[in-house]
Structure formats: C-alpha cells, structure tokens
Design a protein around this ligand. Structure first.
Ligand code: ADP
Length: 408
C-alpha cells in the first residue's frame, strides 16, 4: 500500500506493552492493520500479534535481555512492524499516557521539555506514568527521528466545572494539585464522538457513560464534554473494580495504619491488587469467571459491583441535573448482558428499562421501546482515538521535535 501513512499506538504498562498499527490516507479511513502485545516483560516476554481480521500473525517467546529490556523489546517490535508495512510509511507514534496533570488538556507533541513536565507528574501516578514515559524514551533512543505524541487519560476531564474537580480539603492542598483529575478520558472522548453518529438527536444530551472493564469508571458528559466522573485523584475512586475497591471511607486507611501497622506499600497493595471483585469473591478479578461461578461469594461480588455502578450513575445524573441517555462500554459494559440488566434494574426509578432480547443480543440500542432513557452499548476504541490525535497533530505541525531523544 504505497503512499499510505502508518501510525504506531503504544500503551505501555508495568509488565506489558500493548500496541496497534493504524494505516490510512487520512483520519477518517484509519484501519487497525496490526494489533498485539508483548507481555511478561521482566519475567517471560511473549510477543503476540494479530492482523486486521484478528487472525494470529505471530506468537513467540522473546529472549530476556536484563537491563534495558523494554528498549530491546521496542526495537524488536519496530523491526518486526517495519517488515510488514507493505510500502506504508511509519510517520509517528502515539502513546497512551495516564497523567497530563492540569497542564495538558489535549494531546501534545513530545519534546524534551514536555517529557520533563510529564516526569514531574510521576508522583500522581507512580504505578503507570513511569512505564508510559519509559516507552517514549526507549522509542526515542531507537528512532530519534520518529515524531511522538502523548495522549492523556486525564485530558478529556479538564472541561469539568470546579465543583467536580475539587475535594473539600484546605485550599493549599488543592493548589498543590491534590484534586480530582479523572481517567479513561480517551475512551470517553471516543464515545462522545460516536454517540451523535449513532443518534444525532443526542448531540447536546446529558449522558452517563459506564466504562466497565478491569478498571472501571463512569463519566457524566453534556454535549460531548466531561462534567463529572467517578475516578478522582487516582484511578482508585468510584466503583468497585477487578482488584480495586472504588469508594472507600478514608477512615478505613487510618484504622489500618494505626491498628494494624499498615505502611504505604501495604496500603497500595491492598487498594490496587487485593480488593474489588477479587477481594470480595476470594476467587477472581474476572467478571466472566464470577458470572460463571455458583459460589455465593462470586454472586456477592457481582452484586456489589452493580450496586456501585448504579449508585454512581445516579450520582452523576444528579451532578448534571438530569439524564437523557446511558451508555455501556469496555470489557464488562460491552459483553456482560447480566451486569447491564442488573444495573438497569437498579436505575428503573430514573426511567431506565432494557429490552431483554436486545440486551442479550448486544444490540447497539438495548433500551425497551417505552424506556424514558435510551440505553446504548458502544464498543470503545481508545487506540483509534490515539492514532487519530497523533495524525491530527502531525498534520498541523510541520515538524515535531525530532530532537526528543535523551531528555533525561
Ligand atoms: P481493561 O480495563 O484491562 O482494559 P477490559 O475492558 O478488557 O479491561 O475488561 C476486562 C473485563 O471484561 C474482565 O472482567 C472480563 O471478565 C470482562 N469481560 C470480557 N468479556 C466478557 C463477557 N463475555 N462477559 C462478562 N464479562 C466479560
């Protein structure tokens, strides 16, 4: 495919690196031609890739390199991709970066100065931001001329009114950045674009979007702009998740510190890895496994999840002064009809009613004909959003800092 541009999308986590390659002549016709991941970085690196039709292209164990493993993996990946571009030109890389702080309300072309600013935000997202930035640096080392763009999970929420962003704590702390930021912004932005394409009458509607995955949050949006969201300073707040508790009385933390001698590391482990669906069920963090189980603890975990989601949805409707539509997205939101049904049941008083057959069939519109609130299932696509932003920024900027390398 000569004369076509390709864009690499990178989502780098602590032990995995998910990637996609999008190709297209312009933003409108972007196609994900390759998707894949390198998992087990630091233990047993495994490379897997699929083509546009999700057919396997590769699955191989990679040799461990010890120091600089992430850079080596990215080098391998870029070489592997280059051999499969079929005449297309890799013009840029777009990264999912968890935190843009208050500085970045939109995607940004990466320069050494921007990297320094993002480095300063590491304390706000210590479990994610360092891995995002390590991938950017590693790619810059290997391909110094390749323009790179950062797309933030927080940026979409910058439009929120101050009441939604502010904790009721002393002002000095708020001024230091202890405030609500919100996450999953790229997913919400994608839904904000898709919903009016599906139902044009909803272009200025008050919508609650339930992004329910391993990490889950909800967003209140009006006319496609974020008004409020369930996650706050970190990705811990809001609804119960795979291994995170969601909203938790902060007094519990003081109790654990005073009475049980918990330190920061133990609290972090408890809140990020041992709670949520896993903690309550004692079985699994995976919603599918819990729905398939007949253990009563699994049923309790699912019920606690649905209770939390319905409660947040109602709170966010109150935050906007009403509700015109409800959207489910991400792994659980897209695939789990029983969870959607249970949440909808709990929101019946708001005028939500599902069509059971449409819900089971995962139709785009799953509400009953008489439902006051239309309900949609819309598959999210954060990677497409990143590719789209990256190419957009590339076309608006004649030259994006090819000197990004070695900013450390
Ligand atoms: P992440 O936050 O890691 O991106 P995903 O959006 O992929 O997570 O969602 C993962 C969750 O989606 C898991 O709890 C998984 O069990 C759930 N899920 C995926 N498919 C189904 C299904 N068919 N039924 C119920 N849950 C599902």
């Amino acid at each position: 495919m000569p004369n076509r541009n390709a864009c690499l999308v990178v989502n780098a986590g602590s032990s995995s690196l998910k990637f996609s390659v999008f190709q297209g002549a312009g933003k409108a016709d972007l196609e994900a031609v390759i998707t894949g991941q390198i998992s087990g970085i630091g233990t047993e690196p495994l490379f897997e890739a699929k083509d546009a039709a999700r057919r396997p292209l590769a699955k191989e164990n990679l040799a461990r390199t010890g120091h600089g493993e992430r850079a080596a993996m990215l080098g391998f990946l870029l070489n592997w991709i280059a051999a499969r571009l079929d005449g297309a030109k890799l013009v840029a890389a777009g990264h999912r970066v968890v935190h843009g702080g208050t500085l970045f309300a939109a995607p940004v072309a990466l320069t050494p100065a921007v990297l320094t600013e993002l480095e300063a935000l590491v304390p706000l997202a210590p479990l994610h931001q360092p891995h995002n930035l390590a991938a950017i640096r590693a790619l810059a080392e290997a391909y110094p001329e390749l323009p790179q763009v950062a797309c933030f999970d927080t940026a979409f929420h910058q439009t929120q009114p101050w009441q939604a962003q502010t904790f009721a704590i002393p002002r000095e702390l708020t001024a230091e950045g202890v405030r609500r930021y919100g996450f999953h912004g790229l997913s919400y932005e994608y839904i904000a674009r898709r919903l009016p394409e599906i139902e044009p009458a909803l272009h200025d509607a008050r919508v609650v979007v339930c992004h329910l995955g391993n990490g889950s949050s909800l967003c209140a949006m009006r006319a496609g702009r974020s008004q409020d969201t369930s996650m706050g300073f970190t990705a811990l707040d809001g609804v119960p998740m795979g291994t995170r508790p969601g909203v938790l009385d902060p007094g519990v933390l003081i109790y654990l510190m005073r009475e049980k001698g918990y330190g920061a590391d133990e609290l972090e482990k408890l809140l990020y890895h041992k709670s949520g669906l896993l903690g309550v069920s004692g079985l699994s963090n995976d919603m599918r496994a819990l729905l398939d189980s007949d253990d009563p603890r699994a049923a309790e975990a699912v019920e606690l999840f649905c209770h939390g989601v319905a409660k947040q949805a109602a709170a966010l409707a109150a935050s906007m002064g009403g509700l015109d539509a409800l959207v489910f997205t991400a792994g659980i939101g897209e695939h789990s009809a029983p969870v959607r049904a249970r949440v909808a049941e709990k929101l019946a008083w708001l005028g939500v009613a599902l069509d059971a057959a449409a819900n089971r069939a995962k139709a785009t519109r799953v509400s009953a004909a008489g439902s006051r609130i239309p309900v949609f299932v819309i598959p999210t696509d954060e990677e497409r959003m990143i590719a789209s932003h990256t190419l957009d920024l590339l076309s608006k900027t004649s030259r994006i800092a090819p000197d990004i390398v070695r900013a450390a």
